[in-house]
Design a protein around this ligand. Structure first.
Ligand code: TMP
Length: 208
């Protein structure tokens, strides 16, 4: 049976963690090996880079160094964890992947999509998920959930202003429209079980 690589994307506080947990249980029930991972991070080295990226002052990194660090973390993650697990026939589910760099650093951060794709070609040989689930929530609901979850303790990137996050959300939507083969856009409102059912419908064909 073929291994599969699935990324879960979206703006802040759209419920990714809950859905990833439910999805992992579903994959296990299908009798498949499952590796759950996240970005930035997923390997020891990439988790070390995660700390550099998410902790510290807002101006700790400039836009270019930030994009390079995300790409470096991803290169390690793909080479040492994602590719080997997929090649061994397992399912890998990653909480965020390159589309987050495209949306946050490329579009919202102003570096441009082509720059991020070029870093990805170099760092990770352009490796892409078999399917990317984009979770979408109305902006006011996402903001409410982010405040309930993080209060005043958001990380270096989550704490950026509402305009930045609006650009992120719009960018994700544009990517999904441009690549309908790879993306499935899922309405993340309603109960976790309802959202989970929508995701299973989107991924079921990959189980074959
Ligand atoms: P998380 O809150 O989903 O754990 O993600 C950590 C933060 O890092 C979140 O604000 C999104 C941001 N991020 C980027 O800006 N670029 C990236 O490539 C990734 C993977 C995450």
């Amino acid at each position: 049976m073929r291994g599969r690589f699935i990324s879960i994307e979206g703006g802040e506080a759209v419920g990714k963690s809950t859905q990833i947990r439910l999805l992992a249980e579903w994959v296990k029930r299908q009798g498949r090996e499952i590796t759950l991972t996240r970005e930035p991070g997923g390997t020891d080295s990439a988790e070390a880079i995660r700390k550099l990226l998410l902790e510290g002052g807002a101006d700790r990194w400039n836009a270019r160094s930030e994009a390079l660090l995300f790409a470096a973390a991803r290169a390690d993650h793909v080479a040492r964890l994602i590719r080997p697990a997929v090649e061994a026939g397992g399912w890998v589910i990653s909480d965020r992947f390159v589309d987050s760099s495209r949306a946050y650093q490329g579009v919202a951060g102003g570096l441009g999509d082509e720059a991020i794709l070029a870093l990805h070609r170099f760092g990770s040989e352009g490796y892409l998920p078999d399917r990317t689930i984009l979770l979408e929530l109305p902006a006011d609901e996402a903001a409410r959930r982010a405040t309930a979850r993080d209060g005043a303790n958001s990380d270096r990137i989550g704490g950026r202003d509402a305009e930045y996050h609006a650009r992120v959300v719009a960018a994700f939507r544009a990517f999904a429209e441009a690549e309908p083969e790879r993306f499935r856009t899922i309405d993340a409102s309603g109960s976790p079980d309802h959202v989970h059912a929508r995701i299973v419908t989107a991924l079921q064909p990959l189980m074959a």
